[in-house]
Ligand binder design. Structure first.
Ligand SMILES: Cc1cc2nc3c(=O)[nH]c(=O)nc-3n(C[C@H](O)[C@H](O)[C@H](O)COP(=O)(O)OP(=O)(O)OC[C@H]3O[C@@H](n4cnc5c(N)ncnc54)[C@H](O)[C@@H]3O)c2cc1C
Ligand code: SF4
Length: 607
């Protein structure tokens, strides 16, 4: 094996690790404001016209072989449910979707997300203090004894301007969501046309006194130009991205950094793009304790040492925790002593795979938008989310659910209705899935007159003192560095919330004139276990006001290593109902970008 060459690169103001949603925002904000920036991204720069459009119907290659996703042979993670278990490595994307594919290339995971968005409401940011003041100081510790919930360091009102910036950059669709989620500006793009089912949900919930709104998405409902001057194509409603695993969009209508923010960074002429480049260390100066450079492997196997005044870690989820652990940044969390902050407060987004569900069938006539897209066309509401109803006497906090706002009536093939693509609809390509039965199944699927409906309420999964992310002592990535090890399982809060909300879900289905309504009580936590991980890794590198329980301050600046910042859902301190965690991750990336600019003009701790 040839020895790799070490290349020492010239210093930049900011080195951004990972060019997904958050890294792209930081790169665009800093470079367009005159700072030199390098983006270090392990995958390529996918071009929707060249890479995605020609393979539009290659469901096998895209959905099963994951040709655009992170290659697990480079690195993966290990998983266990308790600290006494041996953690096993996840070595493949097991169909059907046992592990959600991780991002690879500019755009990151959002190259194939559903694009369902939705702000966290004000309660999410003050979950701990608000619960204590409304229901007493012992409510949380009595009902969720192992919770590790902390308030965010700022309130909804303080975060609101940063929400607006993200919504403009990504071109979110929707309308003002009313007083439960106060908005200073409307979403920049109009909602996608509602389906017949969504309209039925809207009229039925309004009749019950609720306040439904068109589902918020990041799939462009019209062509537009964002605040960086990046021109965006409109969705053409071909339904491709609504297929299994939310296939990559061939027009760029699905918002991600490759088609919203990184083009602005490139146009600034202050930006260097290092693709196919795998970052493996943030190097600290042994005298000052500050970060001085990043080490990464380029596509040819050379090691680059990239000096920077500031480093932004946007590698997503446990990758970020792992990078800090490998670089001796932060104090590793110890779940038995409940000390340390790195890896602490980790949580998943939703409840168990076997949550209580109520199902039925409604008559809708022909669906007016038979293809649609992955997350438009639905209606959603916040009335039963957060603490928007009285929790006195209940054994959980937060509300429905997952999605948070109840999103309902998405396009056939969309979020609420399962996959649209042909192969998976018929259960795969096989002799039994061919012929007239197959055609009949397709017709019923695409041109239904009645539609099966189900609702699965779920209160939020909360940060828990038992869960943790650390370095695995047994398994390494392809370069020999330890993998991240996740210790996590489902908890009672989502299940308890679901049991409580199930009668309400049934009432809504009854109001929608659903027939054959059945209720499935699912199974409580402890019966089934979390086997893998999904894309909403929350907590683990929290922002906060207390350096002993959080890794970063309110500007996403690392306590003690002032020139390192990080972002993404892992900065979340509370967990929350809203599935659309990318919305809040994008918003906090703008906070981090502002922090980095403050630091560059006046280095030092910002809080
Ligand atoms: C199938 C699917 C559906 C989803 N649906 C939704 C949805 O409807 N709504 C929603 O809000 N969210 C959804 N998500 C989640 C959403 O995609 C992520 O929350 C979001 O993309 C995360 O952004 P990020 O910037 O934190 O990380 P990412 O977008 O993952 O970006 C991280 C980047 O870092 C790079 N990287 C990692 N390690 C290294 C390394 N060592 N060196 C260099 N580069 C590295 C990666 O290649 C990647 O490009 C979905 C995700 C999936 C997979
Ligand atoms: S339906 Fe719209 S967002 Fe989805 S792949 Fe097609 S153009 Fe892109």
């Amino acid at each position: 094996m040839a020895l790799s060459t070490v290349i020492n690169d010239p210093e930049v103001d900011v080195a951004v690790l990972g060019l997904g949603v958050t890294g792209g925002i930081v790169a665009a904000e800093l470079s367009t404001k005159g700072h030199t920036v390098i983006g270090i991204e392990k995958g390529p720069y996918w071009q929707h016209a060249d890479d995605f459009a020609p393979v539009k119907y290659d469901e096998w290659g895209v959905g099963f072989l994951h040709k655009f996703d992170h290659p697990l042979r480079i690195s993966t993670f290990t998983m266990r449910n308790t600290t006494t278990q041996f953690a096993n490595p996840i070595r493949r994307y097991t169909p059907l979707g046992q592990i959600t594919p991780m991002g690879h290339g500019v755009g990151g995971m959002a190259q194939h997300y559903a694009g369902a968005m939705g702000r966290y409401g004000p309660w999410a940011f003050e979950m701990a203090s608000s619960t204590a003041s409304r229901y007493g100081p012992n409510f949380l510790s009595t009902n969720v004894p192992t919770n590790d919930v902390e308030d965010w360091p700022m309130t909804y009102a303080q975060y609101e301007p940063f929400y607006v910036e993200y919504e403009k950059a990504f071109g979110l669709t929707g309308i003002n969501q009313g007083p439960l989620v106060p908005m200073s500006q409307n979403y920049p793009l109009a909602p996608h046309p509602a389906t017949a089912l969504a309209k039925l949900f809207q009229s039925s919930t309004e009749a019950l006194g609720y306040n439904p709104y068109p589902n918020v998405t990041s799939l462009a409902s019209q062509a537009y130009m964002n605040q960086y001057g990046v021109q965006v194509n409109a969705c053409i409603y071909d339904g491709w991205c609504a297929g299994f695993c939310n296939y990559q969009c061939e027009t760029g209508a699905k918002a991600n950094s490759a088609y919203r923010t990184v083009p602005a960074a490139i146009a600034s002429n202050n930006f260097t793009l290092a693709v196919n480049s795998y970052a493996f260390r943030i190097n600290l100066n042994s005298t000052t304790g500050l970060a001085e450079s990043v080490s990464y492997y380029d596509g040819a196997g050379n090691i680059h040492v990239q000096p920077a005044k500031v480093i932004y870690n946007g590698l997503w989820g446990f990758n970020e925790i792992r990078m800090f652990a490998l670089s001796s940044i932060g104090t590793q969390y110890n779940p038995s002593k409940v000390t340390g902050s790195l890896g602490r407060g980790s949580t998943d987004a939703g409840g168990s795979a076997a949550q209580p569900t109520v199902s039925g069938t409604v008559n809708i006539g022909g669906n007016a938008y038979p293809s649609g897209n992955a997350s438009g066309g639905a209606y959603a509401m916040y009335d039963l989310a957060d603490d928007n109803y009285d929790h006195t006497g209940k054994n959980y906090i937060g509300g429905w659910g997952d999605p948070a706002e109840i999103g309902y009536g998405g396009y056939v093939g969309g979020l609420s209705n399962g996959p649209s693509n042909v192969t998976i609809l018929a259960g795969g390509v096989s002799a039994t899935a061919a012929g007239s039965g197959y055609k009949a199944a397709l017709k019923n699927f695409y041109l239904p007159t009645s539609q099966p409906v189900s609702m699965t309420p779920s209160a939020p999964e909360l940060p828990d003192t038992r869960w943790n992310v650390d370095l695995d002592p047994h398994y390494n990535d392809m370069y020999g560095d330890p993998l991240a090890r996740i210790t996590m399982d489902w908890t009672a809060n989502p299940y308890n919330g679901a049991v409580d909300l199930l009668p309400t879900a049934k009432t809504i289905l009854q109001k929608m004139n659903a027939s054959n309504i059945t209720t499935n009580m699912g199974v409580p936590p402890g019966t089934l276990h979390l086997e893998s991980f999904e894309p909403h890794h929350r907590g683990g590198m929290r922002i906060g006001t207390n350096s002993s329980t959080s890794v970063m301050n309110l500007y996403n600046q690392v306590w003690g290593v002032q020139n390192v910042f990080a972002g993404g859902e892992i900065a979340n301190t509370t967990g929350d109902n809203v599935t659309a965690g990318t919305h809040v991750a994008g918003m906090t990336a703008y906070v981090a970008a502002e922090g980095i600019m403050k630091y560059l003009s006046s280095p030092g701790p910002l809080a």
